[in-house]
Every structure is written in C-alpha cells, then in structure tokens.
Design a protein around this ligand. Structure first.
Ligand SMILES: Nc1ncnc2c1ncn2[C@@H]1O[C@H](COP(=O)(O)OP(=O)(O)O)[C@@H](O)[C@H]1O
Ligand SMILES: [Mg+2]
Length: 220
C-alpha cells in the first residue's frame, strides 16, 4: 500500500549570500511494510529529504502526499505528532528522564494514564530486547546500542507508523548495528511500518527492500 508519494519535490536553503538547492525535482513513492535505504555522499541532500518527509520543512515546489493527502495542506503539527517518528545518529533521548520515562513520554502525550503508560513502555522496551535492568537508567549510563534501542522503543510507543532514521547506526559498532537494523526490518515487515533509513553503510542498504541513491540533490 502506498503510504507516501513524492512528486517533483525541490528544496533550497537560502541565506543572504547564496542559494543552495539541496533537493532537486525528486519523485518517488514509499509503501508501508517496507524498509527503504537512502544512500549517497555527504551533502547529497539525504537529511534535507528526510526532514521534508517528516514535515519539518516544506518543499519549495512539488508535492508530498501522505495516504493521498497533501502534506502542505495538512495540520503538520498533528502529522508530526501522530504519524511520524524520527531516529537520529546521536539518539536524542531526554537526558533527565530514565529509559522507562523516555518511552512513557509519547504515551502520556497521547493521554494514557501513568499506569497504562508505564505498562506499555515496559512492553516496548522488552520488544527491543532491553530488560528490567535498564528501566531506571539514564541515557548517559547506557551504551550507544542501548540508547538507540530506547529511541526505537520510544518511536514504537508513539502512534505513528512512519519511521524515519538518519544514520541511526553511525555511532554504533557492527554488532549493535546489526541488531538495530534487524529491529527496523521487523518493524517494517511484522508491524507494517514504513521505515526509511539514511545510511552510509552498504550492508544496511543491502538489507533494505529498496535502496535509493542521492547525488547532488537528485535521485539516481
Ligand atoms: N541549514 C542549512 N543551511 C544551509 N545549507 C544547508 C543547511 N543544511 C544543509 N545544507 C546544505 O544542503 C545540502 C544538502 O545537505 P544535507 O541534506 O544535510 O545532505 P546529507 O544529509 O546527504 O549529508 C548540502 O550542500 C548542505 O551544505
Ligand atoms: Mg545528513
């Protein structure tokens, strides 16, 4: 099922001196239940493209359709809150919340009681392979691999079924990397998520259902 369709989308950054066209007339579509990899050299527009899909930036021209609706005409705050989760290389957990509280956060935003949120958050953490021991730990006490699993558990706790990951394993060793990629694949194949992973790693790209390469803002 087609989840996102991108039609002829361009985006540029402009300051007083110059205009940098970061994404150029990109068209493609993404289906739920698949994991996609986006590769390409540094500066090729990958992160910019993800932020357009996330509704964090608006295309300067072209359209992005989500379930057939134009993202530009939607309530983008609601879209970001209810449909999309992002995962970053640097994890971006809340440093003052422990693992359990990090995952409870989106659940409490959805209006669940503390008790329900705690229950569901613990289940999400268990699914990503983190046990009892980690629940009370703060991000800085965890390894990189553990932090990224908490980030994935938090994404699972959010309502959205679109998961955008920007170099999610850039800070991990190869063993942890393999676990994270396996988790992302499972979310796509078993849970029906649309997963889009930006990566430099050819190994991850090979595990994706489809690999897209960007060069100078274009898909090649
Ligand atoms: N905030 C910004 N202001 C100006 N130029 C930017 C900004 N972010 C990215 N760029 C430029 O846009 C282009 C694409 O960047 P980016 O999307 O970050 O590429 P990638 O993620 O593939 O490394 C690059 O030329 C980069 O220098
Ligand atoms: Mg980038």
């Amino acid at each position: 099922m087609e989840k996102i369709r991108v039609e002829n989308v361009s985006y540029s950054y402009q300051n007083q001196y110059q205009k940098i066209q970061a994404v150029k007339e990109v068209s493609c579509s993404f289906e739920a239940g698949n994991m996609y990899a986006i590769t390409g050299e540094s500066g090729s527009g990958k992160s910019t493209f993800l932020s357009l899909l996330a509704g964090l930036d608006c295309p300067e021209s072209g359209t992005i359709l989500v379930d057939g609706d134009n993202l530009l005409e939607m309530d983008r705050d609601a879209y970001r809150r209810k449909q999309v989760s992002m995962i970053y290389q640097a994890f971006h957990l809340f440093p003052l919340l422990n693992a359990l509280e990090n995952v409870m956060y989106p659940l409490e935003l959805q209006g669940l009681s503390r008790r329900e949120a705690r229950q569901q958050a613990a289940e999400c953490l268990e699914e990503v392979g983190l046990g009892e021991k980690i629940l009370k730990q703060y991000p800085k006490m965890m390894s990189g691999g553990e932090q990224q699993r908490v980030a994935i558990a938090r994404a699972m706790a959010a309502q959205g079924k679109i998961l955008l990951a920007d170099e999610p394993t850039g800070n991990l060793d190869s063993e942890n990397e393999a676990h994270i990629v396996e988790l992302l694949r499972r979310l796509a194949h078993e849970r029906g998520y649309l997963v889009i992973v930006v990566t430099h790693n050819p190994e991850i790209a090979r595990q994706a259902d489809q690999c897209i390469t960007m060069k100078d803002g274009r898909m090649v």
